[in-house]
Design a protein around this ligand. Structure first.
Ligand SMILES: [Zn+2]
Length: 387
C-alpha cells in the first residue's frame, strides 16, 4: 500500500534562517498580488484569469520589474499560483451550489503572518541526516524522529515536496511530504471499540473505561492572560509591542503543542488496542456554540484526525457514525428511547431497568451502530468476537 504522509521538523535557529523568512514574506506578497489582480480584473471585465495565464504573467514579472521575486524558487511561485487558483475554484463551486462546504474568495493576507512556501523537485536537496539545502544555503533541523528508512537511499520512499513553514510564533519548520510503500504488519487484536466524547471525561469507551485529556489552555490561562495584559500596555507599532506579541504567540503555540502531543499518545494507545474504532461524527461548531471555549481546548476534531491518519498507517478502521443518531437517548441494552437532558449523567432505562453512566451507554450505542454501519468486514469481526 502506498501512503502519503508529512514529516515535520523544527529548524535550528540560525542567521541563515532570515533568507527563509524573507522567502515566506515574498510568497505572501505574491499571494496578495494575485488577489489584487483577480479582483481588479473582475471589476473591469467581470471575468477570471486562468491558472496558466497567471503563471505566465508572474514569470514575466519575475524577469522584469519584480526581480526580487526570483528569491522564491520558480516552483514555489508555481505552487502559490496553483493554491490561489484552487481557492478560487472552491469558491466558484460553492457559489454555484456544487459544493456544500462554505468557501470564500481568497483574501489579502498579512505578509508577516503568511505561513509557508512549497518546493517540488527543484530548489532543494536532502543531504542526509538532519541537513537540507534550500536555495543556496544549508539548514539543519532537529531530527525528532527518523526520516523514514534513510530517505535518500530508500527506493520505496520518495520525498514529493518540501515546505518551509512559519507558525504564528515565528518558529520555522521544514515539512517533508513523502510517499512510501507501506507494509502493514500489525498483529490484529480483532477488537471493536465504541467511544463517546464528553466534556467531563474526554473519552468513554463501551466497556465504561474513561480517558482524560488535560485541559492545557485552562492550566495556562493565567500566564496567557498576563501576557495579554502586557501586550495591551505596549505602544502601537513599537518594538516592545512586537516582542510582547511574539511572547503571547509562543505561549499559545506551546499549549497547542502539548495538546497535540497528548492526542498522539492517546491515539497510539487506542490503536494498539483496537482494530476498529467507532466515533460519533462531531458537529464542532454547534458544540462550541453550546459549550464555548472548552470544546476547542479539548480539540476533539484534531484528535479524530490524528487517530484517522494513524489508523490508515496501521491498517486499522475508524468509523464515524451519523451525528444525528441519538446516542445518549437510546438504551444500549433494549433499544428503547427516552429523553435525556444534558445534565442527566446517568441513563436509567424505563423499559428494561438498566442503569448506566450516560457516556458509557452512548459509547455502547456508538459501537453497535458502528458494527451495523455496513463497513466491510466489521460485522464479521463482531460475530467472531461473540463466539
Ligand atoms: Zn433498556
Amino acid at each position: 500500500m502506498q501512503t502519503r504522509l508529512t514529516l515535520k521538523y523544527r529548524l535550528y535557529a540560525n542567521r541563515r534562517n532570515r533568507a527563509l523568512v524573507q522567502q515566506i514574506d515574498l510568497a505572501g506578497i505574491i499571494w496578495n498580488h494575485l488577489t489584487a489582480l483577480q479582483r481588479r480584473y473582475y471589476r473591469r471585465f467581470g471575468g477570471y484569469i486562468g491558472k496558466w495565464r497567471m503563471m505566465k504573467h508572474i514569470a514575466k514579472l519575475r524577469n522584469g520589474c519584480r526581480s526580487e521575486w526570483r528569491k522564491v524558487g520558480s516552483q514555489a511561485v508555481q505552487s502559490i499560483v496553483e493554491r490561489h487558483d484552487a481557492a478560487y475554484r472552491r469558491f466558484f463551486e460553492y457559489k454555484s451550489g456544487k459544493r456544500t462546504r462554505k468557501a470564500g474568495a481568497p483574501r489579502f493576507r498579512k505578509v508577516k503572518q503568511y505561513p509557508s512556501f512549497t518546493l517540488k523537485q527543484a530548489g532543494w536537496k536532502y543531504l542526509g541526516d538532519n541537513r537540507i539545502r534550500i536555495g543556496a544555503h544549508i539548514y539543519k533541523f532537529a531530527l525528532s524522529r527518523p526520516l523514514v528508512g534513510e530517505m535518500a537511499l530508500c527506493a520505496r520512499c520518495t520525498i514529493k515536496t518540501v515546505t518551509v513553514k512559519r507558525d504564528k510564533a515565528g518558529r520555522l519548520f521544514v515539512c517533508f511530504s513523502v510517499v512510501q510503500e507501506l507494509e502493514v504488519n500489525e498483529t490484529s487484536t480483532n477488537r471493536i471499540g465504541g467511544f463517546d466524547f464528553g466534556l467531563k471525561t474526554f473519552l468513554t469507551d463501551d466497556a465504561g473505561r474513561t480517558y482524560q485529556s488535560p485541559q492545557f489552555l485552562r492550566t495556562h490561562l493565567a500566564e496567557i492572560a498576563r501576557l495579554n495584559r502586557a501586550l495591551a500596555r505596549k505602544r502601537q507599532g513599537s518594538g516592545n509591542r512586537r516582542k510582547a506579541k511574539r511572547r503571547l504567540a509562543l505561549a499559545h503555540a506551546r499549549v497547542a503543542d502539548k495538546r497535540r502531543d497528548s492526542h498522539f499518545k492517546l491515539a497510539q494507545r487506542l490503536l494498539d488496542e483496537y482494530d476498529v474504532l467507532c466515533f460519533e461524527d462531531l458537529n464542532i461548531d454547534g458544540m462550541k456554540r453550546l459549550w464555548g471555549r472548552k470544546v476547542s481546548d479539548l480539540g476533539f476534531a484534531e484528535f479524530v484526525s490524528i487517530l484517522a491518519s494513524g489508523a490508515k498507517l496501521r491498517g486499522k478502521t475508524v468509523i464515524q457514525i451519523d451525528r444525528f443518531l441519538p446516542s445518549s437517548q437510546v438504551c444500549s441494552g433494549c433499544g428503547s428511547r427516552q429523553p435525556m437532558s444534558l445534565e442527566e449523567r446517568v441513563f436509567a432505562c424505563r423499559a428494561c431497568g438498566a442503569v448506566l453512566d450516560r457516556d458509557h451507554n452512548a459509547a455502547r450505542n456508538i459501537r453497535s451502530w458502528g458494527v451495523n454501519s455496513g463497513v466491510e468486514g466489521v460485522r464479521r469481526l463482531h460475530a467472531a468476537s461473540l463466539v
